[in-house]
Structures are given as structure tokens and as C-alpha cells.
Design a protein around this ligand. Structure first.
Ligand code: ATP
Ligand code: MG
Length: 571
């Protein structure tokens, strides 16, 4: 490609709305442009990288035995109503009507549609196992679209669905997918961790997330160096040691605590430690208000509460001030488990059972109770673990200290069990002619997010440093001065020579200053640059690797062999 003909609108200024390096660089390098919030156009250079990533995904999926197909992005509401997800998905789903008022959505994912296809066509165990995938545009009306391609409302995803006759088959398909994902992300050059994930709206039991590490990543993960435990912060089990479990059980006492509301204020007032308190938080969960009790020195994990109450994430929110007043009969800051004014469900972190003589709000403004004990003064629904894990906590598997990291989820794998085949009544006949439900798996790769994740790991202040495997082009031949006939001649010749060898090369033949050309080459991150300058006449050009920016003078007739040698390392 000749740069003089290329549509590559690079920007010198850093766009103010962009916070993340990948977002800034994608805009600056002329790879994407925003249409509206969370919706982007891929320009030629950006789209080349998307296609490279898609091809890696495609090759590895094919190699794993999965078959590519393409389903519609428009999906009828009826199928989603059959599984109950029409409501469960909530406001993240883009909904629309056709001219006959029939309801549809723009697919945020495709479990229902794939299951529907299979239930109508696959009737015998002999047709199983099946692994099918597509690379397709997905739509999700995200609450907070942000970070460029990281969290979009329209994005490209590879989604695969596996159908097996039993649990063992499903688990095997899961392992095959896991291996394929390792190959995909290795080939993209990503440094990543595989962590236990939460199954969320997908349902099912086991799931793992592939997190591309990044300092400014959206996902927090914790992991253990001593064993293989790794999980998202939301999923991670929290090991909490109760410190106030000893001593004599005392009798409940009401204490006047004027204006003492927060844990910090309480710690000072009672002259004790935060772990002596129990926090009572009120939440609206779908149609009910619930109370949740956790140790005073820890934070609530809202996702764990969702699971305990059995609601979706978007159905849970903190109760507003008015609700708190109605339920407790007091100002905010004095809620407790004893004497709530309404009969609501109370969820209690299991560790509270062992805590002795705790301090809680009295459901009366300016009052607390001390010496309160579970089972004597109050009861509730015990939940094993409701606490958000934090760095420094002990590993739930081996007891060592947990570490924390950040990254972006680029892929995940789910064991769905029979959730969707139950919901859609999808059955096949087994060896004995008995009707059985399919065991399914659902496996996603965020193709467009992967592009951003690669840039997060491969850039410097001047631009992107693409790994060869996903670089939009491999080599850029830069003619320093297009008025110099010799330079033009050598540049053109090298360009042709590389093209003829099938190497993806750009010729910077623009009538721009050398500085502009070098800046653009660094910004768009082409791995190798051949600079044809004033020594071109003597058969000497400069070779620069973007990764290190080290320059070396080489002979013009060595260019091809050096490029080929470097290219041999491509994964
Ligand atoms: P997240 O927790 O980041 O919202 P998710 O659990 O909703 O992700 P899945 O439904 O499993 O994601 O989708 C599969 C993959 O699609 C994710 O691993 C991610 O890489 C990508 N993805 C999900 N949502 C978005 C989005 N809004 N923009 C870009 N990529 C996304
Ligand atoms: Mg999501």
C-alpha cells in the first residue's frame, strides 16, 4: 500500500475524552473513529488488525474441531422469553419492533438462537458432540460505555457453543476450548491470567475468564503465587478470621451514640476495633428490600448478595434514604438486625455466627446496641460468604497471601449444563432411545476488545508497538526525500521486492517532511522500518525495529533477507 493513497487520518493531539492508552492511540493512529458513545467505525488500519485477530481466532477454533457459521444479529423475543432472559437481561438489551409490532432484540449473545437451531435439527446422540462458532457483531446497551474498544455498545465477538450428551462430554469440550484460547492469546502476544469467573447472566456452574494484564484494566483479579488459585475479585472466596470469638457472652445493652454513624466514628466512640461491629446494609433487590450483615471491617461483595437473594445484578441497588427510614424507623447510619419496622429478609455472613458481643445499629436515631449475639438477639439467613476479598487476604486454597492484579477480560468459557436445553426443551435420543437434554458450553472471545488489550501491553509514549502476528503491516519503507530521484528509485524497488515476496509492506511516498513520516510510522507501530535516505545512492539504508527503536545501517540488497529472518519469528 502506498501511504500517499492511504486513508489514515493520524492525529498529533491526544483526544481529551480518551483515558486509556489504547483508546488514545487507536484514535491518534487513525484506526477507529467514534460514531456515538460506545459505537465505533473501524478505519482501514484498525480493520486490518481486527481481521488478523479474527483469523487467529478462526484458525485455532477450526483446529479445535469447531465449525464456523453465521447467525443473525436480529433475534425474536419469543426465544428469550422461553428461557426467561427477556426480563433477566434487563436494560443492557437493545430491543426493537418490526412493522407488525413483533418484538426483537439485537443479539447481546446467542445461547437461545443456537439452542433453538439445534433442538430442531439434532435428534440423536450419534450427531454429538457438536462445537459451533461464529464471529459476529454483538449489541449491549452498556451502562457505562467507555475506554474506547474495551467497553462498547457494539463490538465484535467470537462466540462458540458446544453440545454434548453428558457432563463428561461438556467438561471435555471445556478443556478443548481452554487450550484453544491459550493458543489464541499466546499468538496475539498477550500476557494473561486464567481466573475463576462468576457465571452471571449466563447461568451454569463452572466458568473461567482470560484476563489480559494491564495496569489500567477494568477487571481486578486476585491470585496466589504458592498454588494455582486465581479468581476475579467478585468471584474470589474470602477467608475471614473472626477475632472476637472468645470471652463470656454478655447481655444486650442500648447505648446513646449521638451523631455517631460511620464505622470510623463508631471505632472512636466505643474505643474499639472495626471488627467488633457488624454493618447492616439495606438493599433493594427486585421487588423486595433486604438487609445484609457483614463484619464491620469489611466490604460487601454485591455479586455474592445477588446470588444469595437470587436476583440479577441490574436488579440490585442500595436502598435510598427514604426506604432506610421506613424500614428502620431511624436516620441513615443506625440500621441493625434487631427491631426492624418491616418484616424483611436478613442475610447474614456466616462468620457473624461466631462473633461475640458485637455492636450494631439500634434502628433508632442516635442509638446502637452493644453485646449483641447471633442466635440470642437476632437471626437471619446464613450465607457462607458475602465479603469482598482484598489484597493481603489468605488464599482459600492454600492459606498463603493473595496478590492483586488488573487486566481486561478478553475471553471466557462457561459450562452451562442443561440451563438452556431445559429452558428451550432441547432434547435428543440416547443409545437406549431415551430422551435427554443437551449439555452445553458457551465460550466467548472479545475480538475488538483483544485489539485494545494488545495495545495496552504494546505501546510507548510515541505510539503502538504491534507484535508481528497482529500488526496491520509488517514493514514500512520510508522515502526520506521524495524530491531525490535516487531515494525514490531505491524505495520503489525495495517496496516492489517485498511485495513480490508476499510481505505486508507500506511505502511512505508522501511529500511530507521526514519528521512527520517518522512520527507516523512510530505511531501506527509497524514492526520494521526501512529508511531510504541520503546514502541510498551508495546502496545503504537504515533498518529500525519499532520494539527497541534501535537503528542499524544495512545494505540495500540485504533488506529482503533481514526482513525474512525477522519474520520467521512470527507466531
Ligand atoms: P464484562 O464482564 O467485561 O462485561 P461479560 O462477562 O459481559 O464481560 P461475555 O458475555 O462473556 O462478557 O462476552 C464474551 C467476551 O466479549 C468478553 O470476554 C469480552 O472480551 C467481550 N465483551 C463483553 N462485553 C463487551 C463490551 N461491552 N465491549 C467489548 N467487548 C466486550
Ligand atoms: Mg458484561
Amino acid at each position: 500500500m502506498r501511504m500517499s493513497k492511504m486513508y489514515m487520518p493520524t492525529l498529533r493531539e491526544v483526544p481529551s475524552e480518551a483515558e486509556l492508552p489504547s483508546h488514545k492511540l487507536l484514535l491518534r493512529a487513525g484506526m477507529i473513529r467514534k460514531l456515538v458513545s460506545g459505537v465505533y467505525s473501524y478505519l482501514p488500519l484498525g480493520y486490518r488488525v481486527i481481521r488478523k485477530i479474527e483469523n487467529i481466532v478462526r484458525e485455532e477454533m477450526d483446529a479445535s474441531g469447531s465449525q464456523e457459521m453465521l447467525l443473525s444479529a436480529i433475534q425474536p423475543a419469543e426465544l428469550w422469553k422461553e428461557t426467561g432472559r427477556w426480563d433477566d437481561f434487563g436494560p443492557e438489551m437493545f430491543r426493537l419492533y418490526d412493522r407488525n409490532e413483533r418484538e426483537f432484540c439485537l443479539g447481546p449473545t446467542h445461547e437461545e438462537i443456537f439452542t433453538d437451531l439445534i433442538r430442531n435439527e439434532v435428534k440423536s446422540y450419534k450427531q454429538l458432540p457438536l462445537s459451533l462458532y461464529q464471529i459476529q457483531t454483538k449489541y449491549r446497551d452498556e451502562k457505562r460505555p467507555r475506554f474506547g474498544l474495551m467497553r462498547c455498545r457494539e463490538f465484535i465477538m467470537k462466540d462458540a457453543y458446544t453440545f454434548d450428551k453428558d457432563i463428561e462430554g461438556m467438561k471435555e469440550a471445556y478443556q478443548i476450548m481452554w487450550k484453544a484460547y491459550e493458543k489464541i492469546f499466546d499468538r496475539c502476544g498477550l500476557k494473561y491470567k486464567v481466573v475463576e469467573g462468576d457465571s452471571g447472566a449466563m447461568g451454569g456452574s463452572d466458568s473461567h475468564e482470560f484476563i489480559a494484564l494491564a495496569e489500567m484494566g477494568e477487571s481486578e483479579i486476585c491470585y496466589c503465587d504458592e498454588c494455582d488459585y486465581a479468581a476475579t475479585f467478585e468471584k474470589a472466596n474470602c477467608v475471614y478470621e473472626v477475632k472476637n470469638k472468645d470471652g463470656e457472652t454478655l447481655s444486650k445493652e442500648k447505648v446513646h451514640t449521638p451523631n455517631v454513624k460511620t464505622i470510623e466514628q463508631l471505632v472512636e466512640f466505643f474505643d474499639t476495633e472495626a471488627y467488633s461491629f457488624v454493618k447492616t446494609l439495606l438493599y433493594k433487590a427486585k421487588d423486595e428490600v433486604v438487609a445484609v450483615l457483614i463484619p464491620g471491617d469489611r466490604e460487601l461483595n454485591e455479586l455474592k448478595l445477588c446470588h444469595a437473594v437470587n436476583v440479577n445484578e441490574h436488579e440490585l441497588e442500595m436502598a435510598d434514604e427514604e426506604t432506610v427510614k421506613v424500614i428502620t424507623g431511624a436516620e441513615v447510619g443506625f440500621a441493625g438486625p434487631i427491631g426492624l419496622k418491616k418484616d424483611i429478609r436478613v442475610f447474614v455472613d456466616s462468620r457473624i455466627k461466631q462473633m461475640k458481643n458485637i455492636i450494631v445499629g439500634a434502628n433508632q436515631t442516635d442509638y446502637h446496641f452493644k453485646n449483641v449475639n447471633y442466635g440470642i438477639d437476632f437471626n437471619g439467613e446464613i450465607v457462607d460468604d458475602l465479603i469482598l476479598v482484598r489484597e493481603g487476604d489468605k488464599c482459600p486454597k492454600c492459606g498463603s497471601i493473595l496478590k492483586k492484579d488488573r487486566g481486561n477480560e478478553v475471553g471466557n468459557i462457561f459450562q452451562l449444563g442443561t440451563k438452556y436445553s431445559d429452558g428451550l426443551n432441547a432434547t435428543f435420543l440416547d443409545e437406549n432411545g431415551k430422551e435427554r437434554k443437551f449439555y452445553m458450553g458457551s465460550h466467548g472471545v472479545g475480538v475488538s476488545r483483544t485489539l485494545a488489550a494488545v495495545i495496552e501491553q504494546y505501546h510507548d509514549e510515541n505510539g503502538i508497538k504491534w507484535p508481528l502476528s497482529v500488526a496491520p503491516y509488517h514493514v514500512i519503507v520510508t522515502i526520506v526525500n521524495t524530491k531525490d530521484g535516487k531515494q525514490v528509485e531505491v524505495g520503489e524497488k525495495l517496496y516492489k521486492q517485498l511485495l513480490d515476496e508476499g510481505i505486508e509492506v507500506i511505502l511512505d511516498d508522501r511529500k511530507e517532511r521526514a519528521g512527520v513520516k517518522f512520527k507516523d510510522a512510530e505511531l501506527i507501530g509497524v514492526p520494521f522500518r526501512v529508511t531510504v535516505g541520503r546514502n541510498a545512492g551508495e546502496g545503504i539504508v537504515e533498518f529500525v525495529a519499532r520494539e527497541t527503536m534501535q537503528k542499524e545501517e544495512i545494505k540495500t540488497d540485504e533488506v529482503l533477507s533481514i526482513v525474512k529472518e525477522k519474520m520467521a519469528n512470527i507466531i
